[in-house]
Ligand binder design. Structure first.
Ligand code: MTE
Ligand code: MO
Length: 165
């Protein structure tokens, strides 16, 4: 009988491990709220930098309106962060520390290699220089993105993403 319970326990912890989002151990840098199915703090999914660093990422050199010359941005793919939170919906309201906000269509995460940049030229981004997180479009892959429409969605000092239907 105890062996059956042990097997059941192992099975349950394995399936839970496959779906649950770990609790952060460091300071929370990002809260994903709204339509999220893998919350780890109340109804929200919260992330520290180590959790973000463990997700599928992108690193690319590009020119942006905010940087001089070619600059390398690296960080988790936006879709990887949303997957980790179990986010599903059509619109992302991306909010910054200064309460700037932009509405970003879910397609920008699904179809474009958008990243939540945590590093600029290999260094963590301080708040005074657009950190700790910035939504960076793949300007290096598609020059058609180099427009005011995508600049306005390039939120820096991100603190929160709300997932709406
Ligand atoms: N956190 C934050 N991100 C932001 C903004 C802002 O005010 N705060 N402005 C947005 C807008 S409207 C544009 S066009 C671009 C470029 O802003 P800039 O002209 O001030 O460089 O950044 C976007 N990201
Ligand atoms: Mo703008």
């Amino acid at each position: 009988m105890p062996r059956l319970f042990l097997a059941l326990f192992c099975f349950l912890s394995l399936t839970a491990g496959a779906h649950a989002l770990d609790a952060p151990s460091g300071p929370v840098v990002l809260t994903v709220k709204g339509q999220v199915s893998k919350p780890n703090q109340g109804t929200a999914a919260v992330f520290d930098l180590a959790m973000l660093a463990a997700l599928p990422a992108r690193s690319a050199e590009m020119e942006t309106p905010w940087t001089k010359g070619k600059t390398r941005f690296s960080g988790p793919l936006l879709r990887a962060v949303l997957d980790a939170a179990g986010a599903s919906g059509k619109v992302l309201v991306v909010r910054a520390l200064n309460d700037y906000m932009a509405e970003v269509p879910m397609e920008d995460a699904d179809r474009l290699e958008t990243m939540l940049a945590t590093h600029q030229d290999g260094k963590p981004m301080p708040v005074r220089d657009k950190g700790p997180l910035m939504l960076v479009y793949p300007f290096d892959l598609d020059s058609a993105l180099f427009t005011e429409k995508y600049f306005a969605r390039s939120v820096w000092q991100i603190k929160e993403i709300e997932v709406l239907p």
